[in-house]
Design a protein around this ligand. Structure first.
Ligand code: SF4
Length: 288
């Protein structure tokens, strides 16, 4: 049984940058507290926890002399201000791709235009971006929610960085029915997501089973699962090797592997090795 890794997988630029920034702060001896889990990966969070990184859920929990970390998803300007007032230092690890969406939304709101963001309304990235265009922004999941929008004024349409391109373009097209003004559509899906989805799609048609390694709360990992399922019915989202059911790969010749943008390389390699071991064991099973 061959285990094939997708051409693009694992840590994206923004997550790698955030983890590096936290590690730099640790090296300086800071007491590091992340507002929300730094990344959506329990195993990597446990590793960072061993180095002293803790998570808070509200800026009020920051103590004097502590370093607050804004994770790659970003926060609203209000939350940023609160952190700056309370913490002795703020490490702003907002991914530059998210910063771009925040700036676009802020500029459109300043011009008194509506902003429609296509994504999950309760996702932290969306809450943060919406905060940059107070009273001007709407977050909708997809085309089916366009009807809920009011008439729009010179709208700007942007996306959560991790959504599927088709969802974005179909929804953006439908939004045109909500205004007589020109619609500015800016595709803000980040290339890391697209590259991982394209690579997974390319591999999914060539394998008998597919393992997507990522946290269940990781939006981009869940999207990768959907992309793989389009072509490979036996696609599974797993967090650790313990979740692999050996029966699922009996008789398979090729197994694909990819990983969400929050999955560390050490965990991916561990799971690949485990799959290779299972494959070798299957080979040794006597034929009936
Ligand atoms: S998925 Fe893209 S936008 Fe999100 S943190 Fe990674 S590089 Fe940045």
């Amino acid at each position: 049984m061959q285990v094939l890794l997708a051409d693009e997988y694992g840590f994206c630029f923004g997550v790698e940058r955030a983890v590096d920034m936290v590690e730099d702060a640790l090296q300086e001896g800071d007491t590091v507290r992340s507002l929300g889990p730094l990344i959506h990966n329990e195993q990597e969070m446990a590793r960072l926890g061993e180095h002293g990184v803790t998570t808070i859920s509200d800026p009020v929990q920051i103590g004097r002399g502590e370093t607050a970390v804004i994770r790659a998803h970003g926060v609203t300007p209000q939350v940023q201000k609160e952190l700056e007032e309370k913490a002795s230092k703020v490490v702003d690890a907002t991914c530059p791709f998210v910063t771009r969406v925040q700036k676009l939304a802020a500029r459109a709101a300043e011009q008194d235009r509506h902003v429609v963001i296509i994504g999950s309304p309760d996702h932290p990235e969306m809450i943060g971006v919406k905060g940059y265009a107070p009273d001007h922004a709407f977050v909708i999941r997809d085309e089916s929610e366009v009807a809920s929008l009011p008439r729009l004024r010179n709208p700007l349409v942007v996306s959560q960085t991790t959504i599927k391109a088709k969802t974005f373009f179909d929804t953006a097209e439908a939004i045109k029915t909500k205004t007589d003004d020109e619609v500015q559509i800016v595709n803000t899906i980040c290339s890391a997501t697209r590259d991982r989805q394209d690579a997974a799609r390319a591999l999914a048609g060539m394998v008998d089973a597919f393992y997507i390694i990522g946290g269940r709360h990781s939006s981009n990992s869940v999207k990768l699962l959907a992309v793989c399922k389009e072509q490979c019915e036996k696609s599974f989202l797993i967090e650790t090797e313990e979740e692999i059911n050996p029966n699922d790969i009996i008789g398979t010749e090729r197994v694909g592997v990819t990983a969400g943008a929050s999955t560390p390389e050490w965990l991916i390699q561990k799971i690949v090795k485990h799959l290779e071991t299972l494959g070798a064991q299957n080979k040794e099973l006597p034929l009936e």
